[in-house]
Design a protein around this ligand. Structure first.
Ligand code: ADP
Ligand code: MG
Length: 544
């Protein structure tokens, strides 16, 4: 094949625009992104050899940084898996991630929140913050013939060509922009600066990162697996950078969780709760799961077996000592040890959140705002965990504007109140204005306001909290504790009720007198075991 000039996909072009006009104040991170990609490529090569029997020399997997100050170039090279020509076009020329277009739309509106962009790992494109031309030369391991050269100035197009002599792996060469006279404190050709960036962002990378200067070679990183080090020896910044490496998020995590189990089945885990929900939290095809290592060797990304779906936002690493390096996804699903680890991780995550409630209410509030909707799915998925999940849940309520926990609700319950009252609906105002609310409001009973779609479903499978029944005030005849001041309706309503029942025979089962209203004349209620109107609507929308 010969040289072709191709256009970036529309979304990729938009993203590049943002990069070229440098919406980040911190440009140093371009190096972190290149090293992160190189490290991934080395992991992939080692894995392909291990699991697919690919013939490859993996005796000296490493990353090299080479600088030419005069030519103003900086090259990052790895001897990892490499890419085919098709892969280069697909992986570098487009952004395949779902939700990209939508996110770009949001980005344009919200100019002041560029960290939004970090949600879809724009990694490679960040090189255009510091370079006005980027070359990538690569050859896929295990392929015959020539490699591929890709080149772009980040403007709408790129060229792609054969590279006859390319070694296996990938070299990315940046042609650095002219020195910026305004902040000429350093330059990306400065050895000390590169060292500092590597130390700060990439120290934990498990392959040597070597700075090559003529014959001089210096390894810049310590290569220590972060999860294997005692927490007291690791700085928050190191944890944060590691989190960014594995999550492709650009903001610091909300919470860090270390775990270590010794004995018959040994493992270490380092988990992170992000501080923000990813834009694709509710998209089916989104990436989820943890990284699995076996004795420090990376085995696979996105191991869904290690964490249930409702905690899919949790990121991190599990390093198990006693698994086979060849373990496949199919085997993972059935492995008893993996299931045990998963149960322990769930327990630990839930208890960590619970601790936050008292130790750091603000963090807890952020957590629940960002991830509560997902966590509530756990009430459907894991009946055994109803209690710990309900304990960390909060709900809007007629009492105040802040969400309340169930424990706090129970504490406020009025004398004689036996049940936890709630009403589901589409929005707070809709629920507040529901006629069902009237009597409860009038008598000062607090009612939880549940407006997430998932609320309609879990309330049917969760019977109680702390011995108190959860009770929809829209269903059946709720036994409001008797209100002494409210008089019984006077007169004979028999004929009226008979008349109405007959008239409405197609629409309702029964017309009856009620205590639940104060100002409205009538309201619709469902039987205790009927589905709620909102749920009915949801099922209809799903075509059921
Ligand atoms: P991300 O790393 O989040 O996937 P990037 O923009 O950093 O996004 O990289 C896009 C893709 O290009 C990577 O997923 C990978 O498949 C490929 N890629 C980038 N750099 C390399 C490399 N050094 N070796 C092999 N593949 C690479
Ligand atoms: Mg990347």
């Amino acid at each position: 094949m010969t040289m072709e000039t191709l256009e970036f996909q529309a979304e990729a072009r938009q993203l590049l625009q943002l990069m070229v006009h440098s919406i980040y104040s911190n440009k140093d991170i371009f190096l972190r992104e290149l090293i992160s990609n190189a490290s991934d490529a080395l992991d992939k090569l080692r894995l392909a050899k291990l699991q697919d029997g690919l013939e490859a020399d993996t005796s000296d997997l490493h990353i090299e940084i080479a600088v030419d100050a005069e030519a103003r170039t900086l090259a990052v090279r790895d001897n990892g898996i490499g890419m085919t020509r098709e892969e280069v076009v697909a992986l570098i020329g487009t952004i395949a991630k779902s939700g990209t277009a939508e996110l770009l739309g949001k980005l344009k509106e919200a100019k002041e929140s560029p960290e939004l962009i970090g949600q879809f790992g724009v990694g490679f494109y960040s090189t255009f913050m510091v370079a006005d031309k980027v070359e990538l030369v690569t050859r896929k391991a295990g392929t015959e013939g020539h490699g591929t050269r890709w080149e772009s100035a980040g403007e709408g197009t790129f060229t792609i060509d054969d590279a006859p002599d390319a070694p296996v792996g990938t070299t990315v060469t940046l042609h650095l922009r002219p020195k910026d006279e305004d902040d000429a404190l350093y330059d990306y050709t400065d050895a000390w600066k590169l060292k500092e960036i590597v130390k700060r962002y990439s120290d934990f990378i498990s392959f040597p990162i070597r700075k090559v200067d003529g014959d001089e070679v210096e390894t810049l990183n310590s290569m220590k697996a972060l999860w294997a080090r005692p927490r007291s020896e690791v700085t928050d910044e190191e944890y944060h950078e590691f989190y960014k490496h594995i999550s492709h998020d650009w903001t610091d995590p909300l919470e860090i969780i270390n775990m270590k189990a010794e004995g018959t089945f040994e493992y270490e885990a380092l988990l992170f709760i992000p501080s923000r929900a990813p834009h694709d939290l509710f998209q089916r095809d989104a990436r989820r799961g943890l990284q699995l290592y076996v004795k420090r060797v990376f085995i696979m990304d996105d191991s869904k077996e290690l964490i249930p779906d409702y905690l899919r936002f949790v990121k991190g690493v599990v390093d198990a000592a006693d698994l086979s390096l060849n373990i496949s996804r199919e085997i993972l699903q059935q492995d008893r040890h993996i299931q045990m680890i998963r149960r322990r991780l769930v327990k630990k995550v839930l208890s960590t959140i619970k601790d936050l409630q008292t130790a750091n209410p603000e963090k807890y509030a952020t957590f629940w705002r960002e991830f509560g909707r997902a966590v509530k799915e756990g009430l459907l998925a894991e009946p055994d965990n109803h209690k710990p999940i309900l304990e960390i849940a909060s709900f809007a309520s007629t009492e105040g504007t802040e969400p309340t926990t169930l424990a706090a609700y129970v504490e406020r319950m009025k004398e004689g109140q036996e049940e936890i009252y709630f009403l589901t609906g589409e929005s707070r105002s809709q629920v507040e204005n529901s006629p069902h609310m009237e009597a409860f409001q009038a008598q000062g009973y607090e009612v939880l306001i549940l407006t997430d779609p998932v609320d309609e479903i879990w309330v049917d499978v969760v019977p109680e909290f702390d011995g108190k029944k959860l009770r929809s005030i829209a269903r059946g005849s709720v036994d409001l504790p008797k209100d002494e001041e409210k008089p019984e309706p006077e007169g004979d309503f028999g004929p009226l009720l008979g008349f109405l029942t007959e008239k409405l025979t197609e629409q309702v089962k029964e017309v009856r007198l009620s205590h639940r209203l104060t100002t409205s004349a009538a309201c619709l209620v469902s039987d205790a075991d009927d589905i709620t109107p909102a749920l009915e609507k949801m099922y209809r929308a799903m075509g059921q």
